[in-house]
Design a protein around this ligand. Sequence first.
Ligand code: 5RP
Length: 236
Amino acid sequence: MAENTDPVRVMKQEVGKAAAAKVKSNSIVGLGTGSTTAYAIEYLGERLRTGEIENIVGIPTSFQAEVLAKKYGIPLTSLDAVDSIDIAIDGADEVDPSKNLIKGGGAAHTREKVVDTLANLFVVVVDSGKLVDKLGSTFLLPVEVIPMAVTPVMRRLEKLGGKPELRMGVKKAGPVVTDQGNLVIDVKFEQIDNPAELEKTINNIPGVLENGLFVGVADVVLVGEIKEGKPVVFEI
Ligand code: 5RP
């Protein structure tokens, strides 16, 4: 694994390692998206390479996860070829005290929700800055929408009390396009009091594919923190 001295990156690396350490031989593993999960994928590849574990297959949640899995030598399969997923490892943008999540910072929440909800054990990897009392406090809620429905969906989101904005690309002119060819609307809600209800209400708007609320899905949350200049990982 590449040497790293930046404390935040080292902390992400440690959380990723702790998650990858939970994977046993002969497992089907959901491979999440994001900078923290990337370390889990890297370390999983290392465990395979050194023979510490064997016979792992991954199911990627994004193009990014697929590319990383190939880079680190993790064989891939698809949901058509498996009956269940043993463990999924994925990041999050916010985590509340009931382990409900907001995801979609990488615009991959639709595939992530498919894979993460199918896993017998869903392990979330975050830094302590992602822990919030109420979802929506720090992060906008991502909503994936088919392109022709963007305007009516935005109007409906406003009627629900949200402030929607179309996610724009960085180093790419125009909007972010998801791995499915759709667009993402990020919505600011003053507070999300009932995430389970809001998740269903938004998904019921015609043209919405999926939103980033993950309610009752996470089993374990691994949290990284820097204490006295050193990374520590704890589990909730
Ligand atoms: C992608 C996600 C990511 O898991 C989430 O944005 C966290 O990413 P990072 O570990 O880079 O902070 O939901 O859609």
